[in-house]
Ligand binder design. Sequence first.
Ligand code: 5U1
Length: 683
Amino acid sequence: MSAETTTAAKEAASLRNNINEHSYRYYVLDAPSIPDNDYDRLFRRLQELEKNFPEVLVLESPTQRVGEKPQPHFDEVKHEVPMLSLGNAFDSEELGDFEKGIQKQLSDTSPLAYTCEPKLDGLAVSLLYENGKLVRAATRGDGSTGENITSNVRTIRSIPLALMGENIPRKLEVRGEVILPLQGFSQLNSKQIGKGEKVFANPRNAAAGSLRQLDSRITATRPLDMYCYAIGWMEGESLPATHGEVLAYLKSLGLKVNPEAAQVTGAEAVAEYCRAMAEKRSTLAYEIDGVVVKVDSLALQAKLGFVTRAPRWAIAYKFPAEEAVTQILDVDFQVGRTGAITPVARLKPVSVGGVTVSNATLHNLDEIKRLDVRINDFVVICRAGDVIPEVQRVVMAQRPDNATQIPQPKHCPVCNSELEYTEGEVIVRCDAGLACQAQLKEAIKHFVSRRALDVEGLGAKLVDQLVDEGLVNNVAELYHLNVEQLSKLERMGPKSAQNVKDALDKSKQTSLQRFLYSLGIREVGDATALALARNFGSLEKIQAANEEVLMAVDDIGPIVAQHIHHFFQQEENINVIHSLLDAGLEWDPVPVVAKSEGSQVAGKTFVITGTLALFTREQAKAKLQEQGAKVSGSVSKKTDYLVAGEEAGSKLSKAQSLGVEVIDEQQLQELLTLIQPHAKENL
Ligand code: 5U1
């Protein structure tokens, strides 16, 4: 190295330290120490040196945050230590149960010390530092395998590319939440509107969309931030004794940790922290949806261990569903797949927990009566998670003079046929079946949906067009479409048309369960379809079964049996089935399952909670019942097993406190397949 280069290298190193320190103060501590102009000057000088002396350039230089070209895809990353999810608590009683469960396991009733911190509504991300340098960042994915998003994460200014401080470990895998703060979110949406591009529904979606960019130059324009909350694993330094100290250690390395984190003792103090955080929520610069509570002692955490994918030593307290008041502008009636008429309130748009809501369901006509809701009324809207917002109550004190009764519909709003009001039934229906375009569209959407024939690329808008243009009058006619017809439709080029045609051809090879489900028989979900397929083994036998024979199948009661039998009696349905078979739909023979003979689960009582990945809950239930197990909705002393999926909530805490055996779905699958090696088919 020449003397000139050595001098340049020294100056570059000093500039990097200087710039990193100022960035840290600005982005992590939120306490800038120099004016922007001075910072820019330092930055430009470093860029100049690195340009003139490329040999002094290092990957962790602050000038190297943004990549120069897009990447083709994200590689997979296998997490060395799984990224866990958390069980939920919804009130102080459940927080108390959480503590009791732990005390029971530890055989010690002393109140426990916890660290509480806000639960950020963002995306869990893992950062890997080797010798202090950021070498990899990954999404959580399914907890075991995520995606390598290093180039995007490098653009997040509050994440150090090189750790600071004295005790830098040889290797450190640190976890936290990437978020888009509220101010950045509204700026981003204003920009999107200006460019005529998609507006993000909430900061979480915007953060997810930003991290999923293949071009990190786009991510770099999004003001993302990250708060770190845990060490996944570490080499070369020893872990502190408590979680509070872990957070302090991460902070000493230059990582951003949440300043709201606090240590408290006992479940009551935790509940108090949660109440205080709920009050503070609207003043925070980012969205939160609850509080994460962790047993503070790492030794106790290790002793308590894990159930399925959630630690026993931590829980997420979730804030109650969000509410807002707005005015009903009108009420429309929508027609569902089975002809059910649902009243939908059209609202003056209102933000509920960061999402703009303009429609809310009123469920059915009885609900309109129960709420005594009228057009122009001010109403409380409630939105919980991804559920469709609903009208919760009328603000009677604010009822305006022009509040008008919602007229009871006499005719179908789509096909105009007379509506059927059945004594004692809450649901009003249009019984025009597929002659009603709304029902036809919904039937086709159901037919091509993921759990049915799974026709990729045939989305709702395309289905609407196919029906509106008269190209498809029943599901079988989908298979008569040609590329030319498809490519003439809106937003369809020859390539997309060919893709849809290919996807339709691919869907012809299916399973009997999917085929039955896709027919959209009332009350026949995919679990019932599976039970039918397993019990009868062939379509012909199901078609020939009378109600009594159908009712011999576990879980099929008189009403479901009547719907199935009725469906297969209709000439129109028989014709469509023939046309589908003529079009080439086929499936492998289905082995008929002997009921509970020899099963490990026969006679046992199961409760299923949380989100399962290998089964739907209904499938798990159907399979258990098929093998003679009972499936109950609530945990009690009589429960033999709790099957806990992701985000298992209060049932998990209750099972733990009652000492009920908790298994994950892998173990469930093992129990189910012990005597039936073919039981995995068709899941
Ligand atoms: N604040 C915070 N969020 N959060 C999410 N802490 C925290 N801890 C988590 C998760 C999933 O998991 C621990 C088990 C590390």
